[in-house]
Ligand binder design. Sequence first.
Ligand code: AMP
Ligand code: MG
Length: 499
Amino acid sequence: MNETAPRSGHRLDELTFSNSFATLPPAHYTTLMPTPLPKPYLVAASASAAALIGLDFSETQTENFVETLTGNRVPAGAKPLSAVYSGHQFGVWAGQLGDGRAILLGDVPAANAPTCRFELQLKGSGLTPYSRMGDGRAVLRSSIREFLCSEAMAALGIPTTRALCVTGSDQLVMREQPETSAVATRMAPSFVRFGSFEHWFYNEKHDELKTLADYVIDHFYPQLRDTENPYKAMLTEVTLRTAQLMAQWQSVGFMHGVMNTDNMSILGLTLDYGPFGFMEAFNAHHICNHTDQQGRYSYARQPQIGEWNCYALGQALLPLIGSVEETQAALRIYKPAFSEKFMALMRAKLGLTTDLTEDGKLLDDLFGILQESHVDFTTFFRRLADLQPGNTASSEPLRDLFIDRAAFDGWALQYGARLQQENSDDATRKLAMNAVNPKYVLRNYLAQIAIEKAQNKDFSEIARLLQILERPFDEQPVNEHYAALPPDWANELEVSCSS
Ligand code: AMP
Ligand code: MG
């Protein structure tokens, strides 16, 4: 760090904390202090997340920052609390859950939008009344995964909670084996979940349900306040955002792994990174969460589970919306919204600028051959930009990805004809495709390498990966190997709910 560099943002102490969630009645949360961790150290910090709240990045190197974002020191104006919520887990009503290891410090102003605020939440900051059987802690490996993926998703242009930093401590916690603890600081305008509403519905506390809905509308959907039925309008908007989010996940091959209703954001953000993964060798039925034996949350099922979750939210909002018909009317937007967004994203990935009904078949056939040959999802779309219809050599690197070359040739003919139909210009198309098909995604094995180094106190690989993933669409010649196909040992990697 250059000591003489001029500061371009605030010191941590200059951020004005308040806590809008704490204006809700006390039944919605428990105020409490984070449990300190001994001798915390900085593991990673995100400059772009810091910029969102106007925090000077050099602050992240200070002792005050590390102590505060570990929960050892509470900023003035913050009112730490853990929120209560419930949820459906793996399709089954699980009753009360809540922030079992997360503490909301409060909210601070957004740098470039004076009326917006970001909540700062510490994940892994100690026991709460909602910890159930857990210890209130998070381990280093899962905190690094959440940190890297939050920032990678943001760079891909996908709505997500953000990650400001990860701090660590040598204090051990027990998982399958002892591991060191860490705290991940997340940022979002709100961490309210579908399950926050289900909580009040299933407890038959309709007044609290209304209070929460009014809070969310007034703070995050103010434009809906004066509509005829603001609760229906909110359900419609959340359903729309969720459908679009699912389309975005599918388009980059992101798999969440635990799409329980308590992990679904009322703002349509990707929330709660656990056993997530990015699709590598394509298999529509891939299950990224080792704990999900039934494959409820497989890649192919994400869109329908997104809808299922919206129905669970609709059920919870029914007393406010007033009728089953109105509730169903709001939910009906899901399917068309998903299809429209998905097709728009996939057309862009294919470099198509016009919209034809037969594109559905082109896409189905593509997924068919990707599945058949287990082609790496990210590599395929990136290389597709180099294909020039009529020039066989141009498609060789792409063709090499297929076991069934004849199947590829068949599809490439179809695709080439489609491009010619809209007089596609190869150079223009390539530029457009490279702006939407990432070259770099957070492959499990890349995260694993960074984690193993971090477990030996070398945090440099996290910073390096973050830098690469912040520019996922750029050619980065020195980092070419980060776009490589996963090594064989990556097949052995398993991610589960243990975190
Ligand atoms: P997740 O599947 O990670 O979203 O977690 C489901 C619920 O378990 C949430 O209410 C979490 O806060 C809680 N939880 C997960 N891990 C722990 C832990 N180590 N200590 C306390 N609560 C936890
Ligand atoms: Mg969760």
